[in-house]
Design a protein around this ligand. Structure first.
Ligand code: NAI
Ligand code: MG
Length: 337
């Protein structure tokens, strides 16, 4: 197939890990073409704008983007460019897989958990307010809707169905937050009825955190509201060895943006030692989204191969390799398969 995607190289280590990732994708010959656009600090420097219209247009047109980390300067008019992109394209599903790879600092072997986090409402909708003049009382709101809950839970069940997964765990706090988390749970129960072949279980969020640390193998797909999903997906990333291995997809009905969870790492930018693995795992999610599940599996297998080679992996994973050595080793491994 032939498909053009928007590519945002991003800031800091962004260009290094993006270029390495594109070299790997090119070696796979899966028919991808790139429309390079800018966002973040680099866009500000080149075009005088943090989020140029050409970038929005390219994502709108191609519907799929691979994105390096962005630096959002303070006082630039956005509190976060990533949040802005999610809002702009209504990217309601934040999908974060956590998989154990051998040779990493994973706490357990064999973890394979996908967290599906609601990305547009919950505790992240409103700015909140300070109630008293002395600034001693503050209030923020949590907003949960039937529509928002239904589409995210349905997304999780559809994902489970299409990828042959057996269980969806609905994570909530409906025992205390009876209205908001209660609504989410009620809707989840309704949607689950439509997927009789998939086990649906419910778990309170604090217990989920403990269970994830003590017995992560019981989890398959997790679906939850915005704030709980934020925390749980980072917990899962920690279980499998940290941010260097954590990709994320932001998916809506009109567009999808694939990225690494980590930031622009200014402390190591330009040194050639940034780990491209999280972005490459984001590229795996993208290939799956584009219907190239076999290519995604091929790339994941190559990553699995190379991660156990200390002479190739980057220092954050305990190796003495570099961004380019890692990418080269992946390309060799891909050619061998
Ligand atoms: P960060 O994730 O950039 O860095 C935290 C630590 O992890 C640093 O020591 C860094 O060197 C290391 N690290 C991160 N990614 C790495 C990689 N691929 N390979 C090796 N080491 C890696 O978080 P920080 O320092 O809080 O944020 C820096 C900038 O990134 C900020 O401007 C922030 O706003 C932005 N950011 C952007 C995100 C995005 O675009 N998705 C997400 C998080 C932060
Ligand atoms: Mg987070």
């Amino acid at each position: 197939m032939s498909k053009t995607i928007a590519v945002i190289r991003g800031d800091g280590i962004g260009p290094e890990i993006t270029n390495a990732s594109l070299r790997v994708l090119d070696a796979m010959e899966c028919g991808l073409h790139y429309d390079f656009v800018d966002a973040g600090l680099s866009a500000q420097e080149k075009h005088g704008e943090l989020l140029p219209a050409a970038t929005i247009d390219a994502i709108t047109k191609h519907r799929v983007a691979l994105k390096g980390p962005l630096t959002t300067p303070i006082g630039g008019g956005f509190s976060s460019l990533n949040v802005e992109l999610r809002k702009r394209f209504d990217l309601y599903a934040n999908v974060r897989p956590a998989i154990t790879f051998p040779g990493t600092k994973a706490r357990y072997d064999g973890i394979d958990i996908i967290t599906v986090r609601e990305n547009t409402e919950g505790a992240y909708g409103a700015e909140g307010q300070t109630l008293s003049a002395d600034g001693e009382v503050a209030l923020s709101q949590i907003r949960v809707t039937h529509r928002g809950s239904e589409r995210i839970v349905r997304y999780a069940f559809e994902l489970a169905r299409r990828s042959g997964r057996r269980k969806v765990t609905v994570v909530h706090k409906a025992n205390i937050m009876k209205t908001t988390s209660g609504l989410f749970l009620k809707v989840a129960r309704e949607v689950a009825q439509e997927y009789p072949e998939i086990v649906c279980n419910e778990m309170i969020v604090d217990n989920t955190c403990m269970q994830l640390v003590m017995n992560p193998m019981q989890f398959d797909v997790i679906v939850t509201t915005n704030l709980f999903g934020d925390i749980i997906s980072d917990l899962c990333a920690g279980l499998v060895g940290g941010l260097g291995l954590a990709p994320g997809a932001n998916i809506g009905s009109e567009a999808a943006i694939f990225e690494a969870v980590h930031g622009s790492a200014p402390d190591i930018a330009g040194k050639g030692i940034a780990n491209p693995c999280a972005l490459l795992l984001g590229a795996c999610q993208m290939l799956g989204h584009l219907g190239m599940e076999d290519q995604a599996a091929r790339l994941r297998n190559a990553i699995r191969d190379v991660l156990s080679r200390k002479d190739r992996v980057t220092p954050d994973l305990g190796g003495n390799g570099s961004t380019d050595l890692f990418a080269d080793a992946l390309i060799e491994s891909l050619r061998g398969h």
